[in-house]
Ligand binder design. Structure first.
Ligand SMILES: C[S@@+](CC[C@H](N)C(=O)[O-])C[C@H]1O[C@@H](n2cnc3c(N)ncnc32)[C@H](O)[C@@H]1O
Length: 215
């Protein structure tokens, strides 16, 4: 959620959910503080509850390989890497050198950081170079490309694997599209709900998260 976005979940409810969710690691907590102190749109970070949710999904399906589009300062990468086994691997893609320098600084301080590999560059290009299949794919880069990312990531997701997509409510913009990004998200949601290759549930977590299980 960036600074221009409206909060969907009332703050009081969100605080209560946080209070009753596994705490984030001390390092993730510190990363949130640095992201707020040194970046323009810190709310792009998925944060505590969604981080814990992703972490649980990685545990639940015993994921070993995770692919992420949209690294930013590395919160979601580290949250998922913390749940991966010792020989697990997470590949994450972004174009922002400055934000990912912060990410690398925090990963290097974590025993789980060695599981993370950053690929700098446009995700559409990077995806062409990534081989193998993944247990979990997390899509959280530029919203206008969500359908393209979905189509490129479906073949890279193993049968029984998960695709998780962030910002599918887009502050409610998806329900009543007014601009290009609202429309991109609305079209993406329709695309996914008609996709017979997956079973999908849209969850009102943070800015909306779609969870798809690939047949
Ligand atoms: C919402 S943020 C990701 C937040 C991150 N998952 C977290 O939890 O901190 C979206 C990121 O996508 C990146 N991005 C935007 N367009 C991109 C593109 N075409 N290819 C790769 N990354 C892109 C941005 O630089 C930004 O860091």
């Amino acid at each position: 959620m960036n600074n221009s976005m409206k909060r969907i979940i009332p703050l009081k409810i969100e605080r209560y959910c946080k209070k009753n969710t596994i705490p984030e690691s001390a390092l993730l907590h510190e990363l949130v503080a640095e992201t707020y102190a040194s970046t323009a749109f810190p709310d792009m970070q998925i944060g505590h509850i969604e981080g814990a949710f992703l972490r649980m999904l990685v545990h639940l399906i015993r994921a070993k390989r995770v692919l992420e589009l949209g690294t930013f300062t590395g919160y979601s990468s580290l949250a998922m890497a913390e749940a991966l086994p010792e020989d697990g691997k997470l590949i994450t893609c972004d174009i922002d050198q400055e934000a990912t320098e912060i990410a690398k600084k925090y990963w290097s301080r974590s025993p789980h950081g060695k599981k993370i590999e950053l690929r700098l560059g446009y995700a559409l290009e990077t995806l062409k170079t990534i081989e193998g299949v993944f247990d979990v794919v997390f899509i959280d880069a530029d919203k206008e490309n969500y359908i393209n990312y979905w189509e490129l990531c479906i073949p890279k997701t193993r049968s029984g694997g998960l695709l998780v997509v962030d910002n599918v409510l887009w502050s409610g913009g998806a329900l009543d599209p007014k601009d290009e990004t609202d429309r991109a998200i609305a079209e993406f949601n329709e695309h996914v709900s008609n996709d017979k290759r997956v079973e999908v549930v849209m969850l009102p977590i943070r800015d909306g998260v779609s969870l798809a299980w690939k047949f």
